[in-house]
Design a protein around this ligand. Structure first.
Ligand SMILES: Cc1cc2nc3c(=O)[nH]c(=O)nc-3n(C[C@H](O)[C@H](O)[C@H](O)COP(=O)(O)OP(=O)(O)OC[C@H]3O[C@@H](n4cnc5c(N)ncnc54)[C@H](O)[C@@H]3O)c2cc1C
Length: 135
């Protein structure tokens, strides 16, 4: 039992933020000590767009015991590895921003630091994008 509980937590809004907050709190807090209520409106719709997430969503899902395969099936989700930017810097330019790292971390530094050092030293003229698995 919490020192001064049970506590009442009210979450206003039943969109992405509200339901993630409610599921996160109910996964972490002892049910006997906290009463969680979510209030949503039947008249005001959620923004209702596709939600891309980053790999950290798995940490959140694991925390509240969501099975990833079931989650993907029930939400009709797809695996998204990055976003392609076409004609972003200049016409004809193409860049994929990956939802992850470019390479392995070694000697206590992320890959891009080794890439930048080699590039500045003139020993590697390739772009960072050349090292992306999504090229
Ligand atoms: C085109 C587009 C693409 C996007 N893509 C991404 C993406 O890829 N990844 C990502 O993370 N984010 C994305 N976002 C942002 C993301 O969709 C929103 O930030 C997120 O959905 C907001 O969640 P929310 O719970 O705050 O709001 P909503 O999902 O809009 O929910 C609001 C809730 O509050 C309730 N409410 C409102 N007023 C009241 C009231 N007076 N009383 C009671 N209930 C009320 C509503 O009924 C609803 O349930 C995108 C947004 C847009 C517009």
């Amino acid at each position: 039992m919490a020192a001064h509980g049970p506590y009442r937590i009210v979450i206003l809004g039943g969109g992405t933020a509200g339901w993630m907050c409610a599921s996160g709190l109910s996964g972490l807090l002892a049910a006997a000590d906290y009463d969680i209520t979510l209030i949503e409106s039947d008249e005001i719709a959620t923004v209702g767009v596709g939600e891309a997430t980053l790999p950290h969503i798995k940490t959140f899902n694991d925390m509240i015991g969501i099975d990833e395969a079931e989650f993907m099936r029930e939400t009709a989700g797809t695996i998204k590895l990055g976003i392609e930017f076409v004609d972003w810097l200049r016409p004809g330019a193409r860049y994929i921003h990956p939802f992850g790292t470019f390479g392995d971390r070694w000697t206590n530094a992320d890959f891009q630091h080794h890439w930048a050092r080699a590039r500045l030293a003139g020993t590697d003229s390739r772009s960072l994008q050349d090292y992306s698995a999504l090229r």
